[in-house]
Design a binder for this molecule. Structure first.
Ligand SMILES: Cc1cc2nc3c(=O)[nH]c(=O)nc-3n(C[C@H](O)[C@H](O)[C@H](O)COP(=O)(O)O)c2cc1C
Length: 217
């Protein structure tokens, strides 16, 4: 599974960067290729809010602005799995993160009848990297969860991390990505018809029936 690790922080030596490295290593240990990018290194303007509120994003699913947006859109399209990592600012994702995803949502969440979001069914891990207090980390993750669903991606995990929880949550990020890339997890993200050992996958019969009741103790 080709995984795109997306960060959005100014600090090359900060917590977000450490999370990105843990995610990259987890993907590699899961025997998958990883591409790591930092949105802050790209030129991303805010949404122009064309016309009366909608522009080409609604009809042609592309953005009129001539910056790095379409290049990034192609990278998301090429990826098979995603890791979205943001520092927590005021209990929300970073401004860079929001500027990019506001525009991506307009282009992808508007696809209907036959066309699919470029993130459709792609397993996704979200990480919110907060300060000492960790205040707002859960709110930040809740916003990311909404975004992931609006984009049609498949949530795999949501991980909050602070300086206090850094040691063990870095491991969680690593292990989470290794698990996401493991063959079993990859198979579970496939459509039923493509899976082996299922009735739809034409190998063996799937047992459908009532579960045996749990024994009373
Ligand atoms: C503008 C700004 C707002 C912040 N707001 C919060 C916050 O609401 N909650 C929190 O726990 N930390 C907050 N922080 C701290 C950062 O989330 C924390 O330092 C994080 O590690 C930054 O990521 P970095 O190490 O990649 O720079 C804020 C920092 C900045 C610069």
């Amino acid at each position: 599974m080709k995984v795109l690790v997306v960060m959005s922080s100014q600090n090359a030596g900060g917590l977000t960067a450490a999370c990105g490295e843990a995610a990259r290593q987890g993907v590699v240990d899961g025997k998958s290729p990883a591409r790591v990018i930092n949105l802050n290194e790209f030129n991303i303007d805010r949404c122009a809010i064309c016309n009366d509120g909608w522009g080409l994003c609604r009809t042609e699913h592309r953005c009129i602005r001539e910056d790095d947006f379409s290049k990034l859109q192609e990278m998301f399209d090429a990826a098979e799995g995603l890791v979205l990592i943001t520092p927590v600012y005021f209990g929300e994702p970073s401004e860079t993160f929001k500027a990019f995803f506001d525009r991506l949502r307009r282009c992808e969440a508007t696809k209907k009848s036959g066309t699919r979001s470029i993130l459709a069914d792609k397993p996704t891990v979200c990480v919110a990297a907060a300060g000492g207090s960790g205040g707002g980390a859960i709110h930040c993750l809740a916003e990311m969860e909404r975004l992931v669903r609006q984009l049609g991606a498949m949530p795999f995990d949501y991980i909050p991390i602070t300086q206090k929880t850094r040691e063990y949550q870095i491991e969680t990020i690593h292990d989470g990505l290794a698990a996401m890339c493991a063959p079993k997890a990859v198979e579970q993200t496939m459509p039923l018809s493509a899976r082996k050992g299922t009735r739809d996958g034409k190998r063996g019969k799937r047992r459908i029936g009532r579960r045996r009741p749990a024994k009373e103790s």
